[in-house]
Design a binder for this molecule. Structure first.
Ligand code: HEM
Length: 136
C-alpha cells in the first residue's frame, strides 16, 4: 500500500466508524448472500462475531502506518483461520463483501480511489493471513 492509500483507508474508515455496527451487519449479510454455504461455519448468534470483527478492523486500520506492529497479530489470525478450514476462494468472497459493505454504508461519499485503497488493504491483510497459515 502507498502512504496515500493508507491515508485514504484511514479517513474513509473514520467516516463510517459511527455506523460500524451497520457496516459489519451489511458485511455478514453480503457474505451469506454470496456464499450461503458458509453460514454453518459461523455461530448461530453473530453478535459477538460482529464485535470482534469491528475491533480487528479498527486495530488493523489504525496500525497500517506501523505495519510491523500489526503483522504478528494478523499472522496469528491467519493461523487461527486455517483451523476454520478457510480457503483462498473464501478470502475472495470476504473481500468482495467488505468492499460492498463499505460502499453501501459510506454512500456516495465513497470514492474510486478509496475503493482501490481498500482493495490493496484487504489484499495485504488476506495475503499475510494466508501466508502465515501456509507456513504454520
Ligand atoms: C482479512 C480477512 C479476515 C479477518 C480480518 C477476519 C477476522 C476474524 C476475527 C477477528 C475472528 C474472531 C477470532 C476470535 O474468536 O478470536 C474471526 C473468526 C472467524 N472467521 Fe474470520 N476473518 C477474515 C477472513 C475470514 C474468511 C475468508 C473466512 C471464511 C469464510 C472467515 C471465517 C471465520 C470463522 C468461521 C470464524 C470463527 C467463528 C466462530 O466460530 O466464532 N474469516 N475472523
Amino acid at each position: 500500500m502507498t502512504p496515500v492509500q493508507v491515508e485514504l483507508v484511514q479517513s474513509s474508515f473514520d467516516r463510517v466508524a459511527p455506523q460500524a455496527s451497520q457496516l459489519v451487519k451489511t458485511f455478514y449479510d453480503e457474505v451469506f448472500r454470496i456464499a450461503p454455504q458458509l453460514r454453518h461455519i459461523f455461530p448461530a448468534d453473530m453478535g459477538e462475531q460482529r464485535t470482534k470483527l469491528i475491533h480487528t478492523l479498527t486495530y488493523a486500520v489504525n496500525g497500517l502506518k506501523f505495519p510491523h506492529s500489526i503483522i504478528p497479530v494478523v499472522q496469528a489470525l491467519g493461523v487461527q483461520h486455517r483451523d476454520y478450514d478457510v480457503d483462498p476462494a473464501q478470502y475472495e468472497v470476504v473481500g468482495a463483501a467488505l468492499l460492498h459493505a463499505l460502499e453501501v454504508t459510506s454512500g456516495p461519499s465513497f470514492t474510486a480511489a478509496e475503493r482501490e485503497a481498500w482493495t490493496a488493504c484487504y489484499g495485504l491483510l488476506s495475503t499475510v493471513m494466508q501466508d502465515a497459515a501456509a507456513a504454520a
